[in-house]
Design a protein around this ligand. Structure first.
Ligand code: EPZ
Length: 419
């Protein structure tokens, strides 16, 4: 199995350019099922998850032309050959559920294997199905799968008990071809929701309110192909901001939308790092004042993102003073604590909170990635630890970070990938 070997080689310095957002491109790729015309997507990150979504779309009958060197995808769902996502691909990526809304809208039925949970929690799809039902779909549970059917969906009013990102995306992509108007309340407000809505509107959809807590969709009869450039990945941005801080470095991060990372800018500033807007990006300097503790509570956007919790926790082990982290989005997103403690972090879990004592010099150790962001946190910890950190199960990391090793090396990091 491949591993990363990471060593502390001092502060990261230089410039890094962020790739397109994984969590924007995946729902946008699924949305191409809504038209029989060709769609072109630009700034596509070269990620395992994107490759898996390409395979899923191909299995549904979509013509896929992927040019990862040019970061572009051309997708044309001329004829849909199947309305069921293959189990072996669903197992590899929860986001495959995002094909359900478009398939239901385009073909009148969609069958999905019930998504297994994963390391960070049960991750049910009850809110997705609630939305489909409120638009007139019939939901049938089989052994290990769920099917939604509707000749044509009717606009409805849906209140999301939780502002679920996936449920918001699936209901939006189902509603764009429904008869009549759909109102979705208490929706997710993430930038990736806005990017998807912008793309759907380019296809001829009539969506208003994305980015607020209520989205209004007027159903149309047909959508046409469209070209779209994906927003930069705010979580990759945050990861490199923390990489600069944890190594007390000085890094320029390009292709950034500062508005999408306000909570991370605020928290790094509270820790004593200097974060400034520069042309098309951010400048993170952490080589002047000693960094100090702060507290983190993860919340749906615009709160502090759960996908940055583990990376920030790694930083907090190295600053002066005690910090507390509270994870409110997922019920089990502290798997990285055991691994960080193997490196001497001394973190304790008290209920939903993690208490980080701080003032620790981490030690290199053999650790394991338990999910995509936990793996990234271990790489960041390795950049500042004494001795070599050996990270296994790195396929998690490669699902969501394109050219991670190259980008870190260009900033002076000592990281190698070994089989
Ligand atoms: C998206 O997952 C992201 N994935 C996740 O990023 C991210 O952590 C998450 O949103 C929260 O921001 C993609 O966009 C592909 P949710 P999603 O539905 O849509 C509960 C990464 O690292 N819930 O907002 O699955 C659920 O159990 C990944 O890139 C229900 O109860 O997240 C969870 O506790 C990890 N019922 C909470 O809501 C439902 O029907 C948030 O889940 C749906 C969700």
């Amino acid at each position: 199995m491949a591993k990363f070997l990471v060593e502390n080689k001092g502060p990261l310095k230089g410039e890094v350019t962020i790739s397109g957002a994984k969590n924007a491109v995946l729902p946008i790729m699924a949305a191409t099922l809504l038209t029989d015309e060709e769609c072109r997507i630009l700034d596509v990150p070269d990620l395992r998850d994107v490759e898996v979504m390409c395979k899923i779309l191909e299995s549904l009958g979509v013509d896929v032309d992927a040019d990862f060197d040019g970061n572009t995808l051309s997708l044309a769902a001329k004829n849909i050959l199947s309305n069921e996502t293959p189990v072996e691909l669903v197992r590899r990526m929860r986001a495959s559920i995002l094909t359900m809304g478009p398939l239901l809208a385009r073909t009148g039925s969609a069958r999905a294997p019930l998504p297994g949970g994963c390391a960070i929690g049960a991750r049910p799809i009850d809110l997705h199905l609630k939305g489909f039902e409120l638009m007139g779909a019939e939901i049938e549970y089989g052994t290990g799968y769920v099917e939604a059917r509707a000749k044509r969906l009717k606009g409805g009013r849906v209140y999301l008990d939780y502002p679920s990102v996936g449920a918001t995306e699936n209901i939006m992509t189902a509603a764009v071809l429904a008869e009549g108007t759909t109102i979705i309340e208490n929706v997710a407000e993430e930038p990736e929701i806005v990017d998807l809505a912008n793309y759907l509107n380019k296809m001829g959809a009539k969506i208003r309110g994305a980015g607020t807590d209520t989205i209004k969709i007027e159903g149309v009869d047909k959508l046409h192909g469209a070209k779209h450039c994906v927003i930069p990945d705010r979580i990759e941005t945050g990861t490199f901001m923390v990489a600069a801080a944890i190594t007390r470095g000085d890094v320029i991060i390009k292709n950034v939308v500062p508005d999408h990372v306000r909570p991370i800018i605020a928290k790094l500033t509270e820790c004593g790092a200097i974060v400034e807007d520069v042309e098309d990006g951010l400048h993170v300097k952490a080589d002047e004042n000693p960094l100090v503790a702060t507290d983190i509570k993860t919340l749906p956007y615009p709160g502090f993102p759960t996908d940055m919790q583990s990376q920030f926790m790694a930083l907090l082990t190295t600053v002066q003073g005690k910090s507390t982290v509270i994870e409110t989005v997922f019920e089990n997103r502290y798997m990285h604590v055991t691994e960080l403690n193997r490196m001497g972090a001394g973190i304790s879990i008290e209920g939903r909170s993690a208490v980080i004592p701080g003032d620790i010099k981490l030690r290199g150790a053999q650790v394991m990635s338990t999910d995509l962001r936990a793996g990234a946190a271990l790489v960041l910890a390795g950049l500042t630890a004494e001795g070599v950190t050996e990270i296994s199960e790195i396929y998690h990391i490669e699902r969501g970070y394109s050219e991670f090793v190259d980008k870190l090396r260009k900033l002076g990091a000592q990281i190698t990938r070994v089989e």
